[in-house]
Design a protein around this ligand. Sequence first.
Ligand code: ATP
Ligand code: MG
Length: 467
Amino acid sequence: MSWLWTVADMIAITAGRPVGNLPTGITGISIDSRTVKPGEAFFAIKGDRVDGHDYTSFAVANGAGLLVVAEAKLPALGRLTVPMIVVEDVLAALGKLAIAARQRTSARIIAVTGSVGKTTTKEMLRQALALSGRVHAAVASFNNHWGVPLTLARMPADTEFGVFEIGMNHSGEIRPLVKMVRPHVAIITTIAPAHLGNFNNIEEIAAAKAEIFEGVEQGGSVILNRDNAQFEQLEEAAQEQGIEHILTFGQHAKADFRLADFESTTTGSTIWAILNGETSELHLNIPGRHIADNAMAVLGAVAITGANLDRAFEALGSLEAVKGRGQRHHLQINGGSFLLIDESYNANPASMRASIAVLAETPTQGHGRRVAVLGDMLEMGEFSAQLHEELAGPLLAAGIEHVWLAGEAMAALRDALPDSVTVIWFPTTAELTDFALQWVQPGDALMVKSSLGLGFGKIVAALLDKY
Ligand code: ATP
Ligand code: MG
């Protein structure tokens, strides 16, 4: 049996107090009582909404072999017969395990941050590296003060490539996380308005992302987007941190990993990438120029870590889109079919533009329409109305003639669109769902996108359910 951690190591690392008849080791770590598996340890983390200590009995019922709980919460847990490690602070204990996981590995570590494209890039890296060695990568968007330590603590000792997503809503959040991760390669996908409500301007966002340089290993590399307006600011910040290798990707003639050309195809795109002076033509299985941009960062990281580039080319040719981020469904309707592009996971001005561009290049059938089904972009603060209004430009440029909207903030876009566009607006997602179910037609291509808080996943689910 190969353990993720032996319990003896866990006790030593967390300085915890063992209680009960402890197992020799654990096969995994969970913080979710609903999905914990037999043999795994359940860490009772206190989140924004719930405290894991309130769910320990569910975790036990689901087979958790070990609980890691806080001393102060012990009296409230009642009589538990399951073995425990009792610590002062459970999140801190997870952090200690994370640091130990990083210390024991000889894996090449890659960290990804940026305003958009972190998860997409992380998943592309996972697939691009998988043919070169054992990859450990974050689940979903596990990129915050618990997601990053959890991902690290879950990293098996024999991992060869570790891929981490690091996110932030406020300045100061990336610093402690990257110091745990200590990447050999740090990627900043792009800087764009996201969580702008928490910042005064985009330079402040770039400065917060630049915190990632502070954790890069001695002799390590950073990969920056050469086409980004904040490139020079980031380059300077990296130099200030004494980073030795500052590399770039993008369409810019001076980019180290250069996207020389791009062409949409029916299933994705063909790109021409110049890496180390050599041009390669490769296919990407997911449409969109933004995917091609991410691919250049991915190929740069593959090249730097010494993984196999040809294998990475192969993997990028058979990429699978992630749920809620560009997944495509061909659904049957009245003897024909329509295309549903599910972008319901999240939205900000940059990703809205990327998805609108993809919709514009998506073929329709017969009299089918290209329909942008859009919901509010949240956390835009005082810039909200302006940023929603400004989507009119890309929609018009893309020739989108049907725009279905929901949410208070989207009223600004409704008012900004000219009469040449058929605009439907509802205050709520539920009303828009009913409308979409009724009015989608054979041949249509619908692109559904919104901030997660609007619940646009329900529109997708309802369409999948009915058609
Ligand atoms: P989060 O902060 O929510 O974790 P993220 O940075 O992980 O977001 P993704 O989930 O990868 O971002 O992508 C979010 C959206 O942005 C998706 O709609 C995706 O298609 C789009 N996107 C991905 N990469 C880029 C890019 N380089 N530029 C613009 N949009 C992108
Ligand atoms: Mg993410």
